[in-house]
Design a protein around this ligand. Structure first.
Ligand code: HEC
Ligand code: HEC
Ligand code: HEC
Length: 326
């Protein structure tokens, strides 16, 4: 018994050691935060340079006694709790255009307006929430008449639209503790809209699976999805002749690169060789046509641009709902 106890204690110490070592390597946020405190000197009197954590305040943000913490604010608006959502929203945009070297290109391909939402108003929720129907960019979502029969029906506004990316519990009406007041981005956190690696402290990992502009991904991404993918993957990504794309276990397990490859290379990539999934981009370099394996000929030319494929990856990610994340 004592031996077991000693063994377990040693293991615990080892694990703590590993965690500490990992922590000290992941200090990518320090320089970003130091720059931030230089830019906003009033803030530097109020907070230390350290890992900052955001605790979303809706009930689903708690699992038992544990909070689902977010660490995006180690780099972005680390003092959001002090400056509040309106000021934080302004700084998010200003700092992005000031410090991101490729800001212009990222902004163009994701149609960033440079205005960050500060609070989730009822109007915002109606446009992008669970019962929303996207009508931006001339896009009217529809549900296919008979799922399973291949070709899609024409657009119909009488049928319910696809659910928007904002989960129900961030709607002002659901904020019972706040008397139906709209919640700010300091209360809902970043992940409900952006996804991303919630606990990561370096930019690459924190930004893996990032949805850059959720509104655009939802409207323009859905328009592409309904035009090209719905026949095989279903109205809500539930899967038909193609596999489900809203399966949380699978979505959460693979990163963006995997989904990009699937769409770019389709049946010419090793992951989906000999399947019905079209190659929407190019032909994988390792592919050779083989009639005994191929169910269909590969597309000889690009069907979707790289930007369109990236957008589809972001759109598929919006099914990776807050509630289903670890
Ligand atoms: C290690 C620091 C760091 C962390 C942690 C971090 N970011 Fe960023 N992020 C940056 C930097 C630097 C930029 C570019 C300049 C800027 O906006 O300040 C950026 C840019 C962005 C952009 C604009 C699009 C892009 O790709 O450049 C979004 C959206 C974003 N971050 C969201 C998030 C979210 C959501 C999280 C948490 C899951 C997060 N970030 C965590 C450093 C970080
Ligand atoms: C209600 C949804 C929502 C929440 C919550 C949210 N964002 Fe955003 N974010 C957006 C949208 C929409 C855009 C695109 C804005 C635009 O058009 O420029 C965006 C863009 C950004 C950008 C790029 C700069 C810009 O303004 O375009 C950064 C950086 C960013 N978000 C970081 C964060 C961080 C960090 C948090 C958490 C503190 C957060 N966001 C919370 C919706 C949200
Ligand atoms: C003709 C039917 C068909 C169409 C149209 C189609 N797919 Fe597929 N897709 C499939 C099949 C079948 C597979 C599974 C391939 C396999 O079994 O290896 C698949 C696989 C995928 C995967 C990988 C899923 C996973 O879990 O590994 C993604 C992502 C995907 N498709 C996205 C899309 C997108 C985005 C579009 C629209 C641009 C699209 N598909 C259009 C049939 C289709």
């Amino acid at each position: 018994m004592t031996k077991l106890f000693l063994g377990l204690s040693a293991l615990l110490l080892l694990l703590i050691g590993v965690a500490a070592a990992k922590d000290s390597h992941d200090h990518g946020y320090l320089s970003v935060q130091e720059q931030y405190l230089k830019d906003y000197p009033a803030s530097s009197k109020l907070i230390d340079v350290k890992t900052q954590q955001l605790f979303p305040t809706f009930p689903q943000a708690k699992q038992g006694d544990t909070f689902r913490v977010e660490r995006c604010i180690s780099c972005h608006v680390p003092d959001i709790a002090i400056i509040g959502p309106q000021e934080a929203a302004k700084r998010l945009s200003a700092d992005f255009f000031k410090y991101e070297p490729n800001a212009k290109q990222i902004a163009d391909s994701n149609h960033l307006t440079g205005v960050h939402p500060a609070v989730i108003t009822q109007q915002y929720y109606d446009t992008y929430g669970q019962n929303a129907v996207a009508t931006k960019d001339g896009f009217h979502p529809y549900l296919k008449a008979n799922s399973g029969s291949g070709a899609s029906s024409s657009a119909s506004t009488t049928q319910p639209g696809i659910p928007g990316f904002l989960p129900q519990f961030v709607s002002p009406a659901a904020n019972t503790t706040g008397n139906g007041q709209p919640m700010g981005i300091d209360q809902v956190g970043c992940i409900v809209c952006h996804n991303g690696g919630r606990l990561e402290l370096d930019q690459t990992h924190a930004h893996a699976n990032l949805i850059i502009n959720p509104e655009y991904a939802w409207t323009a991404g859905a328009a592409l999805y309904y035009a090209q993918c719905v026949a095989c993957h279903g109205n809500l990504g539930e899967g038909l002749s193609g596999p489900p794309l809203n399966n949380q276990d699978r979505l959460g397990f693979f990163n963006e690169d995997y989904y990009y490859r699937c769409i770019e290379y389709g049946m010419t990539g090793f992951e989906h060789l000999g399947s019905l999934m079209p190659n929407w981009g190019s032909i994988s370099p390792e592919y050779t046509a083989d009639k005994s394996v191929d169910k269909r000929p590969a597309n000889a030319s690009r069907q979707l641009s790289e930007d369109q494929i990236n957008l589809l990856v972001q759109f598929i990610r919006h099914w990776e709902n807050y509630q289903t994340l670890p």
